[in-house]
Design a protein around this ligand. Structure first.
Ligand SMILES: Nc1ncnc2c1ncn2[C@@H]1O[C@@H]2COP(=O)(O)O[C@H]2[C@H]1O
Length: 263
């Protein structure tokens, strides 16, 4: 299984694209502005979209992508998400005002997109990949995902604040890599708390929930562009980026657009 980072920024700016990952050629995890870098052919290959939640930075490119490839599609794109996320998409995006209702176009019997509700804890099988829906704690219904093909899984927290249920489950999984958000710096910890995101001090406490016997790389994502440098500095203060160096309790790395994971 290959995971390609299309976007991993918490907002937009030049060279900052918002959250999206292409898994192999057929599964998209979130549909932020990073999707805009895909070729038409790559977009045409996407069969399933796993959404973590309804916020714009995670869905902005979804309606645009469907429109870009709709005329050449032979089967609908399947959008998998929590019921609250699907309800928000239908009410606020695919509502024939913000965007055409591609859930009923070109016909209700044969639409461009179909919605598939998932629940936290559910296991899915998508294109030979196993997917587990993981809990998240955010201002709207939200989840994370673990994806794998049997040789360790790639885990994405989605947007979340402190999340004990997530760590309980993570400690039972064979994790190859963890992608975890840290949207704000400690300076903005109050905003992080209000908008249910992590800051470096909260991240440090969250990482303490990982079983001490476990070791896997931890990739930081969703930093707000105006805060990225400060967030990195603050994280480096409580840990080191050199894997397996002296006194290293976690192997923390920075996620970059264009990066690929091979599992
Ligand atoms: N109470 C708030 N005050 C200011 N900004 C907020 C507040 N809540 C959310 N936001 C911002 O709105 C953004 C929505 O997407 P995010 O959750 O990624 O990050 C959020 C913050 O950057």
């Amino acid at each position: 299984m290959r995971v390609r980072v299309l976007g991993c920024s918490g907002a937009i700016a030049r060279d900052c694209r918002t959250t999206s990952f292409l898994v192999d050629s057929d599964v998209l995890v979130d549909a932020g502005t990073g999707v805009g870098d895909l070729t038409l052919e790559e977009m045409r290959g996407i069969r399933h979209v796993l959404l973590t939640h309804s916020h714009l930075d995670h869905i902005a490119a979804l309606p645009l992508m469907v429109d870009a490839v709709a005329s050449q599609m032979r089967q609908p794109i399947r959008i998998c998400a929590l019921p609250g996320t699907i309800s928000a998409l239908k009410t606020h995006v695919f509502n024939n005002v913000i965007w055409p209702d591609f859930g009923r176009i070109p016909s209700p019997q044969s639409p461009f997109v179909v919605f598939h509700e998932v629940q936290v804890g559910q296991l899915l099988e998508l294109g030979g990949k196993s997917v587990e829906v993981l809990p998240a704690v955010h201002t709207v219904p939200a989840c994370g995902y673990a994806l794998g093909t049997g040789r360790g899984c790639w885990v994405f927290t989605g947007d979340t604040e402190r999340n004990p249920a997530f760590w309980n489950r993570l400690n039972q999984l064979d994790v190859a890599a963890l992608v975890i958000e840290t949207a704000f710096s400690n300076r903005e910890r109050e905003l992080a708390r209000r908008s249910l995101h992590l800051s470096p001090s909260a991240l440090a406490e969250e990482l303490d929930c990982i079983d001490k016997s476990k070791r896997f790389p931890i990739y930081i994502t969703h930093t707000k562009p105006a805060e990225t440098e400060l967030i990195m500095t603050e994280i480096q203060k409580f840990d080191q980026t050199q894997p397996f160096g002296p006194d290293v309790s976690h192997d923390i790395r920075w996620l970059r657009a264009g990066q690929e994971f091979e599992l």
